[in-house]
Design a protein. Structure first.
Length: 223
């Protein structure tokens, strides 16, 4: 993790601005972009496959429809960024900041452990397990110890996702698929779970006081 590949940048913001100026989707696949300030840039549809983005700031940037498969984005800043419809498959995003970000309808087979997703929009996002790749271990969205306070997860798919000790306080969980999700120790104070499906979910030690709405299969899961 201390190698130049994971800690340094091989190009600068000016180089990326020049790429954007040439028009068309920007190709930053496999580039080392660690620590750069790329805030506010229009990177809609960009290809960042296998790029290293550790500590990089994309605050307020447009990454809608971008491809971020296999990226390393430890402690990266995506606050208030637009990642709607983006694809993050096998992405490592531990401790990243997605406060206020738009992740609606994104595919998040990513490790978001300890990430900040406060007030983020994850409506229609898909964090469910990819059952086609079980030979490589269960690939699914991981939200262990993530902060999702006030986040909008309406109609998101978290089936078999891992969210142990995640904080969903005040979140919108209406219509969320939480079947067989790992939710041990998670907090749900003040969350609206109307229509959310908890069938087979692991709710050991979860804090469910103040959970609102009429969820499905909650009592069976609690037993």
């Amino acid at each position: 993790m201390s190698s130049p590949r994971m800690t340094e940048a091989e190009i600068g913001r000016g180089d990326i601005e020049a790429m954007i100026g040439r028009g068309g989707p920007v190709d930053l696949s496999r580039k080392a972009l660690n620590g750069l300030d790329l805030s506010g840039l229009n990177l809609a549809g960009a290809d960042l496959t296998a790029a290293t983005l550790n500590g990089t700031s994309f605050a307020g940037a447009n990454l809608s429809g971008a491809k971020l498969d296999q990226v390393w984005g430890l402690k990266a800043d995506f606050s208030n960024a637009n990642l709607s419809g983006a694809n993050l498959f096998q992405a490592q995003m531990m401790d990243a900041d997605f406060t206020g970000a738009n992740l609606s309808k994104s595919r998040l087979v990513a490790d978001l452990s300890r990430a900040r997703l406060i007030d983020a929009n994850l409506s229609g996002a898909d964090l469910s397990a990819d059952m086609r790749n079980q030979s490589m271990g269960m690939m699914r969205g991981v939200l262990n110890s993530a902060d999702l306070t006030g986040a909008n997860l309406a109609n998101a798919n978290l089936a078999r996702a891992a969210a142990e000790f995640a904080d969903f306080s005040g979140a919108n969980l209406t219509g969320v698929d939480l079947q067989k999700a790992e939710l041990a120790g998670a907090r749900f104070a003040g969350a609206n779970a109307d229509g959310a499906d908890f069938a087979g979910a692991d709710l050991r030690s979860a804090e469910l006081g103040g959970l609102g709405g009429t969820p499905k299969n909650l009592e069976a899961a609690r037993r």
